[in-house]
Design a protein. Structure first.
Length: 564
């Protein structure tokens, strides 16, 4: 396949790369990078960028760097660096020996800044941050030149050297590019390139008291690393002229910045600032809370990297922002787990059932299929005995219309076991609450089929009370009530947008005996209930915690089918 045919009919980014390959723009190289700032955990939006950067490079036999753009020591931590590397690997990607830090380039970036000063394209400004904003103007009014804009190169070099030496307090001076205060693009109105921050860096310690801004660092880091296509989200579109200006003024190797639409997901916020507020203000338990859209949270909840990659591939890349229905992501999670998750029986709200005509000391081993979608997963033995648990909602003494499950006098099927009929309801004498059912079974229906061919209206899941493993289950729902919580006026309105029922904790649940020694992080389908993952953080010896990954109902598949 020729370069022009790669990704044919696909997205605009691959079209650009195909043209660059055909014109030999970068020596037929494709070299991308994923450049997170280590000031928070990665989320599902970053997954789109990761899949795009690593995926595009792989398609063209190219390379991808992992680079930490760590230029703000006030917000960056080693914890974030480690979590980001773990998340990228979990998604299925590797940067080999190409792990870089912008902080490794601090000395070189300083020399680039000195070069801009010598060329008369940068100056030291004494305006405060508020004054800089005031002088910058608005979208309809041009900015005003700083009174310090016309300092000589010699004076600027002297002041910048003294800034580096730590002579001035935080905020006293900045280094600004000398571009155009009347530019219609506010980003180009003499942006700040360096600021004073007397704060140790997590990697360079106290070596520096001035730090380059993201805009100054990013383009030059791309240049230093030989990146060919610098793929950014649309919020950096206005910054592209500055990206190009810095590289052009310094006359260094020039990568191409290309912007694509970021991932916006319904019922979700993906702003790091807002996610940090959720953590810091205690609305969630941490960055890895299974309700969070962070990759660590989704992993803990039981989402699979394969499903996330397929989701990112399905939504593709576009030039305009839009909101993707979270039901589509959930569809791919169900689709993947349906193929790989073993089926088991788990009773979340147990109701005790005594099968009165079943021998008291008898235990049978019944055959249960592990996954009907994959015969290679085989089957397992599940114990059956006189006393079992079923779901409370599977019985009704006064059933509503079309209720097909167990009622007094009705026969139903126990999956893989027998037909049973309810003969007596036992209640608490004080509260009237149903505490136990007495049933009889038909021994001729072993395996769940009647030899006379009679049919029943419902099949119930169950666990043997004598063999069941008691567990805690956590039922997670969407964290926000509104489709687009970012539309709240002002800052994130937690009280009006947060879902008070996003987590329900159930104690005293029971799962079948086969789950007694399960591994953390493994996801199962609880038949008729949903998919549940063994919590890798809170599960321990003697206590199993299952997080509900997702329910069984697939709304997106139904919507898609209706639209066919």
């Amino acid at each position: 396949m020729s370069d022009s045919e790669k990704g044919a009919g696909a997205d605009f980014i691959r079209t650009i790369i195909n043209e660059d390959m055909n014109t030999n723009k970068y020596g037929r190289r494709v070299h991308t990078r994923f450049p997170p700032e280590p000031n928070g955990y990665l989320h599902i939006g970053h997954a789109k960028s990761i899949c795009l950067n690593f995926g595009v490079a792989a398609e063209y036999g190219g390379l991808t760097n992992l680079r930490f753009d760590d230029t703000n020591p006030s917000k960056e931590e080693v914890e974030y660096v480690e979590s980001i590397q773990e998340d990228v690997r979990w998604l299925g990607f590797d940067w080999d020996d190409r792990l870089f830090y912008a902080s490794d380039y601090f000395a070189q970036l300083y020399e680039y800044a000195v070069e801009l000063i010598k060329r008369g394209m940068a100056y030291v400004c004494d305006l405060s941050a508020d004054e800089i904003r005031e002088y910058r103007g608005t979208l309809t009014e041009p900015g005003k030149n700083s009174p310090f804009r016309d300092r000589s190169s010699e004076e600027n070099l002297d002041l910048f050297t003294r800034m580096k030496a730590g002579e001035f307090p935080d905020g006293a001076r900045t280094l600004r590019a000398k571009i155009d205060m009347a530019s219609p693009n506010i980003t180009m109105r003499d942006p700040v390139l360096y600021r004073i921050m007397h704060m140790p860096h997590y990697r360079s310690g106290d070596q520096w008291v001035i730090y380059p801004t993201y805009d100054f660092t990013h383009c030059l880091s791309d240049s230093i690393e030989g990146i060919t296509h610098s793929l950014c989200t649309l919020e950096f579109e206005n910054n592209r002229p500055l990206y190009d200006w810095i590289l052009d003024q310094l006359e260094v190797y020039h990568p191409q910045q290309i912007e694509f639409a970021r991932l916006n997901l319904s019922y979700t916020v993906l702003s790091k600032r807002k996610l940090l507020r959720l953590v810091d203000e205690g609305f969630v338990e941490g960055w890895d809370d299974p309700r969070m859209p962070t990759l660590s949270g989704l992993r803990r909840r039981g989402y699979t990297p394969e499903a996330i990659r397929e989701f990112c591939d399905q939504i593709g890349v576009a030039k305009t922002n839009s909101i993707i229905d979270i039901a589509l992501l959930e569809h791919f999670i169900r689709k993947d787990l349906n193929l790989r998750a073993p089926r088991v029986s788990g009773v979340l709200r147990p109701l005790r059932v005594v099968i009165t005509n079943y021998p008291e000391d008898q235990v049978e081993e019944l055959e249960a299929i592990n996954n009907p979608e994959d015969e290679s997963m085989g089957s397992r033995k599940v114990p059956f005995s006189r006393v079992i648990y079923i779901e409370q909602e599977d019985f009704s003494e006064s059933p509503p219309p079309k209720f097909r499950r167990l009622v007094p006098g009705r026969e139903v099927r126990l999956r893989y076991a027998y037909f049973i009929t309810c003969t007596e309801v036992v209640k608490d004498q004080e509260t009237g609450e149903i505490i136990e059912l007495h049933c009889t079974y038909d021994p001729e229906t072993r395996g769940g089929n009647a030899p006379d061919g009679r049919k029943v209206k419902a099949t119930l899941h169950w666990v043997s009370a004598a063999h069941a493993v008691e567990v805690e289950t956590r039922l997670y729902d969407r964290l926000f009530l509104t489709n687009n919580p970012d539309e709240a006026e002002g800052d994130l309105d937690f009280k009006s947008n947060l879902n008070p029922d996003s987590l329900e904790i159930l104690e005293g649940c029971f799962v079948e005996q086969s789950l007694a020694d399960v591994s953390p992080g493994v996801t199962y389908q609880f038949e008729r209930q949903g998919y549940f993952c063994v919590d890798p953080k809170d599960s321990q010896e003697g206590k199993l915690v299952f997080n509900r990954t997702i329910s069984l109902r697939d709304t997106w598949a139904k919507i898609a089918k209706q639209n066919m």
